[in-house]
Design a protein around this ligand. Sequence first.
Ligand SMILES: O=C(O)/C=C/C(=O)CC(=O)CC(=O)O
Ligand SMILES: [Ca+2]
Ligand SMILES: [Mg+2]
Length: 393
Amino acid sequence: MTALEIPADSLFGLENLPYGVFSTADSAPRVGVRVGDSVVDLAATLGDDVFAQPTLNAFMAQGPDRWSEVRRQITELVQGDVADTAVFAVEDVTMHLPVAVADYVDFYASENHATNLGRLFRPDSEPLTPNWKHLPVGYHGRSSTVIVSGVDVVRPCGQRKAPNQDAPDFGPSRRLDIEAEMGFLVGVPTKLGETITPDRFADYVFGAVVVNDWSARDIQAWEYVPLGPFLGKSFATSISPWVVPLAALEAARIDTPIQDPQPLPYLRGEEKWGLDIDLAVEWNGHVVSRPPYAQMYWSPAQMLAHTTVNGATASTGDLFASGTISGPEKDQRGAFIELTWGGQEPVVVGDEKRTFLEDGDEIAISATAPGPNGTRIGFGEVRARIAPPVSTS
Ligand SMILES: O=C(O)/C=C/C(=O)CC(=O)CC(=O)O
Ligand SMILES: [Ca+2]
Ligand SMILES: [Mg+2]
C-alpha cells in the first residue's frame, strides 16, 4: 500500500483532482485521476465499470450527483493508503484523448481578439460585426480531428491566395498559427427540442480543458467568405489530457465584463460563469503570451445556452471552445496573427525572430486558476510539434 505524497505547492492537490485516460506499457487505456505527480487508477480502486473504459464519456453521462459522489470517494481514497498496483508516476504513463468528442463547436468570445481579427481580416469595415454583442458568434468545427496533447500537427496544404496574386495556388500553409482557448465538455445530454438556460450550466457540463485551435491563416483568409472557417481550421485541434471538473473551479468563478447592450433574456443568468483562468503560451520553450480568460466577454454558460436555444441537442462528449483568448495588452494575445500584427511585427523567441510557425516548432499552452483557501489548481498543458507537410501537389 502507498500513502500518496502531494508536494505543498502542487497544482494537482486535493482541490483539483482532474480526470484523464491513461495506459501503461502492459495495460489498456482506462480512467485515472491525477493527484500530485501520481495517477490513481480508478478502474482498480472504485469498482465501477465506467472507469474501465478508454474514454470518460460513460462517467460524464452519469450526471452531477454521481460526479460529486465520486469526487468525495476519491478525496477519501487518496488520503489513505492506496494499493501500489493502482498508483503510477505521471511520467510513466501515456495519456490518451480523454473523451470521444461528439460535436465540436468553437466560439469567438474575446472582444479583444474579435476586434483585432476584424481589423486584420476586414480593414475596411467596423472591426466588430453588428451581431457580436448580441450573441456569442460560433462555428461548427470537426470533432474527428480533435487530438490529444503530444500528437504532432502536420502542416496542412491548401489553396492560398495572397493579396498580390490574381489566382490561388496550392501548397503548404505559410501562415500556420495557434489559438489559445479553453474548452468545455458536456456530460449530460439533452433531447431534441430541449434547451439549457445559463443557470443550468453545471447540471450538464462536466469539466474544462486547454485547447489549441490550430489555424492556417492563408487558407482561412481565402476560403472563409461567406460561410466561415472550414479547411483552414479542420486539420487539427489539440486538447490537454486532464479534464478539470467544474467542481474544482468554484473559487475561479467571477462576473464577466459588463455586457452592454444587455443580452436577450435567454442569455441572462443569475450565476457567475466568468472564470479567472490564467493561460501561458510557450513557443519553443519561451513564454510569448499570457492570455487572461477573466477578460472573456461571453461566458461558457451563455455559449451553451445559445447552442441549445433552437432545440439542437447537446450530447455527451460535446466540446465547445471559448475562442481565442486575448487580453487588452499585446503580450496577452492568444494567436500569432495578432501578436505579430498579421506577420508585420515579428516576435522574439529566444534568440530568433518569428511570425508564423515553422516546421519543428513546438507550442505548449498551460493554464492555472485559483482554488479554495489561497491554493492554485492547474490544467496541465496542451503541447504539440509542427511536422512537415505530407503532400505538396
Ligand atoms: O474574424 C474572422 O474572420 C476569423 C476569426 C478566427 O479565426 C477566430 C476563430 O476561430 C474563433 C476564435 O478562436 O475566436
Ligand atoms: Ca478558434
Ligand atoms: Mg481547429
